[in-house]
Every structure is written in structure tokens, then in C-alpha cells.
Design a protein around this ligand. Structure first.
Ligand code: GAR
Length: 192
């Protein structure tokens, strides 16, 4: 049976798109659900384009009920992928899917992680600090923001003239090229 992936995203969903593309006609895995906290998120349009079902939830549903967990269990999801998802994952969801939730972060953790460190804010902080390199991290999710075990990192150089858009672009290229492959190799290592 194919491994079943669910993706959580809060915004544009360009990484979700790359993952859906990668697994569209894949022999071993498929994306079965897109979930978002944001009814305006462009990721919903992308899900429609790929004919992947989507589910929108609010704070109450996510933090006070088991509805999202039940949905994921009913769909027999093997791996949960956070791709630009900005809410902290509640412990009940972590406990329901131990070692089965991964996140993408646009920096070389443990640097530039934690609450409030997302998207452009991360790149801005990296430029402010005068870093000469940055990169991406893919890691398991635990109950703290950006602190779980690291699965993969890749890095790029920041040239002296690089502005925020350029740093963001370089990071995004790495994300798009690496995230689907890392997911694929992780799924291969998973039992069952
Ligand atoms: C990605 O760059 C991802 O690394 C970042 O949000 C972006 C989502 O882009 N995630 C975080 O900052 C999490 N702390 P996308 O919606 O186009 O995939």
C-alpha cells in the first residue's frame, strides 16, 4: 500500500505544491490531504489544482477537539508534513503521531528558530546579523517551536550584495529541491 502524506500549510503553499508534484504519479506514496488554519491561504487553490482534498480548521477545533486527529487517523495518514504552517502543534496531535510529524524551517537551526521566527522575519534577522551563509532545516516536530531532531540541512552562501529577496529566493530553491526528496527517503525508512 502507498504511504499516505498529509500537509499542513498556512499560506502560499509553494512547498506543498512541490510535494504534490513529486508524489503525483509516485509508486510508493501519495498526498491525501491538505490542512490549513487560513481560509484565504493560496495552498487551498493549489490543492484543488491537484485534486487533493483539503480541510480548514480554526483554533478551537485544532486545540480543543480531536477532530483533526480523527480525520488524519481515518485517512490512515503515515506522515504529517508542516510546510509553512505557523501554529504550534498541540501535544494530543504529537502523541497521536509519534515521530511522524516533520517541519521545514528557512534557516540553519538551532539558529534563527523559535516562536515568531517564520518567513521573512527569519531572513531579515539573518541579514541583520551579517551572516555569510544560511540554509534550510527539516526536522521532527516536538512540543517546542523548531526544536525536534534534525533530519536534513542544506546551506547556501550569502553574497555581500544579497538583499532579503535574494536570500529568500536562494532558501526557497533549496527547499523546493530538497524537501520532496527528504520526505521520500524518510518514508522509505519507515516500517510497514
Ligand atoms: C517556507 O519558506 C518555510 O520554510 C517557512 O515558511 C515558508 C512557506 O512557504 N516556514 C517557517 O518559517 C516555519 N517557521 P510556502 O508557503 O511557499 O511553502
Amino acid at each position: 500500500m502507498k504511504k499516505r502524506i498529509a500537509i499542513f500549510a498556512s499560506g502560499s503553499g509553494s512547498n506543498a505544491q512541490k510535494i504534490m508534484e513529486h508524489f503525483k504519479r509516485h509508486a510508493d506514496a501519495e498526498v491525501v490531504l491538505i490542512l490549513t488554519n487560513n481560509p484565504q491561504a493560496y495552498v487551498l487553490q493549489r490543492a484543488d489544482n491537484f485534486e487533493v482534498p483539503s480541510h480548514i480548521f480554526d483554533r478551537y477545533e485544532f486545540y480543543e477537539t480531536d477532530d483533526v486527529i480523527n480525520l488524519l487517523k481515518n485517512l490512515q495518514v503515515d506522515l504529517i508534513v508542516l510546510a509553512g504552517f505557523l501554529w504550534l502543534v498541540p501535544e494530543r496531535l504529537l502523541n497521536a503521531f509519534p515521530n511522524k510529524i516533520i517541519n521545514l524551517h528557512p534557516a540553519l537551526l538551532p539558529k534563527y528558530g523559535g516562536k515568531g521566527m517564520y518567513g521573512d522575519r527569519v531572513h531579515h534577522a539573518i541579514l541583520e546579523a551579517g551572516e555569510e551563509e544560511s540554509g534550510i532545516t527539516i526536522h521532527f516536530v516536538n512540543k517546542e517551536f523548531d526544536e525536534g531532531e534534525i533530519i536534513h540541512q542544506s546551506r547556501f552562501k550569502i553574497e555581500p550584495g544579497d538583499n532579503l529577496e535574494m536570500v529568500k529566493f536562494k532558501g526557497q530553491q533549496l527547499e523546493h529541491n530538497n524537501f520532496p526528496k527528504v520526505i521520500e527517503s524518510l518514508l522509505k525508512k519507515m516500517k510497514g
